[in-house]
Design a protein. Structure first.
Length: 571
């Protein structure tokens, strides 16, 4: 059976639109960065999007639609929610009987067709259109989410306040003016409304982003950014000033980045907010990290890891000395895992010290130090002082340079248990990263006891969970390590009021644990490459991130799409 990727490349090669060399380059870029092959080919400027759309239309035998000349009925678009339309780059054009005609930027995306069909109950008749045309059509046809959001609040504002904020000038208001604006009741209400809505939706981050003609507010919920109802651009300065006042930042400084934090009582609980303000072309962008202690799960057994992984982590954490590393991209739950390990081993007879940048959660009974590089209190400098305090266990927020890793390894060798994080995508990749940082292989073998690679995946909403069957042909095409001899049953969330029509609620962890067996240590000494270490570890029983994720899919915890989105394929 010809795969979707092969079908696309066959059409492009046969029509002599790209060369074999260009195809290899595009496939390599896709392997490194991910994404759709068609988007990568256009991004590398091997072919124009208009030419690609035209040849796909001819090669697949699907009609090509110029949406700029087509009037879309606003009643039809209600069939598909705007977030689904944007995610899959699709827009419904017409409905006839039990079939809807769907304009698609990627008609080869059978997941999108299957999902929309199950979501709407209609059969799908796909046609082709360009990314740009579909994006413009979505913006034109779907209602503007920013209208009517804070009409009541704006009515409360005095005319002078609105006039002052909307005044466009090169010289920004003075600190005194901004201080007055930021303490006016409507601004306070509006800022509280944004913070409250984010906490209610269990968001982890709030982004307030100014553009030339509008202000965008986005919440990161379960790791995915969703655009929310946004206030007018005219009151951007007052919102930023209000957040600066709450964070004890300099409201007169607009040229330099600023960081701060504040704590408020919201919805009957105390919530910490960490603030980062960054000057951009159209004003100051605000990123707020929400640290809701009531949502934090600092219990190793409740992070979602399999029993085997938890058993390995508990065994390693109880060793008298050595170094444990947790790896993964930003926002993959590394710090939460380290905190959970600390809570597991914490006891009155142990001296535990952490150095972090910054301290995310205050842990009872554990000494936590905030690194401050601007005054010379770096990770390395902190570690030197911590070692004089005779600690049993040391946690380092992140290993960023050779100096830090050198002290960490020496600490592990001199009888301390050291926990830290490293930004690599896989557990075997952490070993190669340490060698590249200048650490000698024999020191890695002497100090490291295990490396954990982890990700967070969204869990299916239990209120709208439904079962479906994936065709054997699709599983074969995806090359997944799943037994296809019997019918594969999977689960997904249909979308309901409890999950804000997302189909997901909450997140759980998946992980791979690299244990330092004699075979692995021999490979490290010979400076073996990452894929060689990974292959050996799998032979010795290590489950990769993709394999652990698929196990969660078969249990009905998460969806197949989510695992394909979060994890890389195993070679």
């Amino acid at each position: 059976m010809i795969s979707l990727k092969d079908r696309l490349t066959e059409i492009l090669i046969n029509n002599k639109l790209i060369t074999q060399e260009q195809l290899k380059q595009a496939l390599l870029a896709q392997k490194e960065k991910g994404g759709r092959l068609s988007d990568i080919i256009v991004g590398l400027k091997f072919i124009k999007e208009s030419e690609l759309v035209s040849v796909l239309s001819e090669g697949l035998g699907l009609p090509l639609m110029d949406l700029k000349r087509f009037k879309i009925d606003p009643g039809i678009v209600k069939i598909i929610p705007v977030n689904i339309a944007r995610h899959y780059q699709i827009i419904p054009l017409s409905k006839m009987g039990d079939t809807i005609t769907l304009a698609m930027a990627d008609p080869l995306n059978i997941f999108a067709i299957d999902y929309v069909s199950s979501l709407t109950g209609y059969k799908i008749n796909p046609i082709i259109s360009s990314n740009q045309d579909i994006a413009q059509a979505i913006d034109l046809v779907y209602p503007d989410p920013t209208k009517g959001v804070i009409d009541d609040l704006l009515k409360e504002m005095s005319a002078s306040s609105i006039e002052l904020i909307r005044e466009e000038r090169e010289v920004l208001p003075s600190a005194q003016e901004l201080g007055v604006i930021s303490r006016q009741a409507p601004v306070i209400q509006l800022t509280n409304m944004i913070l409250g809505e984010a906490v209610r939706k269990k968001a982890s981050d709030i982004l307030i982003e100014p553009f030339s003609k509008r202000l965008r507010v986005r919440f990161r919920i379960d790791g995915i950014l969703y655009e929310e109802k946004s206030p007018p651009k005219s009151i951007h300065a007052s919102i930023v000033s209000r957040i600066k006042v709450m964070s004890d930042l300099n409201i007169a400084e607009h040229r330099l980045p600023q960081d701060g934090r504040f704590k408020i009582k919201l919805l009957g609980k105390e919530v910490d907010f960490r603030v980062s303000i960054l000057p951009s072309s159209f004003g100051e962008k605000v990123a707020v990290r929400i640290l809701d202690k009531s949502q934090a799960t600092l219990n190793l057994g409740k992070l979602g890891f399999s029993r085997n992984i938890i058993a390995n982590l508990e065994k390693m954490a109880r060793l008298p000395h050595g170094m444990m590393l947790v790896c993964g991209p930003t926002g993959s739950g590394k710090t939460t895992t380290l905190y959970s390990i600390l809570k597991l081993v914490d006891s009155p007879d142990k001296n535990i010290v952490t150095v972090e940048d910054p301290v995310e959660f205050q842990l009872e009974g554990i000494n936590q130090v905030t690194a401050r590089p601007e005054i010379g209190l770096t990770f390395a400098a902190s570690l030197r002082s911590i070692l004089r305090q005779d600690p049993n266990i040391i946690m380092i927020g992140e290993i960023r340079d050779y100096e830090t890793v050198d002290i960490a390894i020496k600490s592990a060798l001199t009888g301390h248990l050291v926990l830290s994080t490293l930004h690599t995508t896989t557990a075997p990749g952490a070993v190669v990263r340490l060698v590249n940082m200048g650490v000698e292989p024999y020191l890695i073998n002497s100090s490291l006891v295990c490396v954990v690679g982890q990700r967070l995946v969204r869990k299916i909403c239990p209120h709208c969970k439904e079962e479906y069957i994936v065709k054997k042909e699709i599983l074969d095409t995806l090359g997944l390590n799943i037994d296809t001899s019997k019918e594969a049953r999977f689960f997904r969330g249909k979308g309901c009021i409890n999950c804000f029509n997302m189909g997901y609620m909450g997140r759980t962890g998946i992980a791979e644990v690299l244990l330092f067996t004699p075979g692995i240590r021999d490979l490290i000494l010979s400076r073996a490459q990452e894929h060689v270490i990974k292959q050996k570890a799998r032979q010795e029983g290590m489950k990769t991130l993709r394999e652990d994720g698929l196990a969660q899919v078969l249990k009905g915890v998460t969806t197949l799409e989510e695992i394909l989105r979060v994890t890389a394929p195993d070679e």
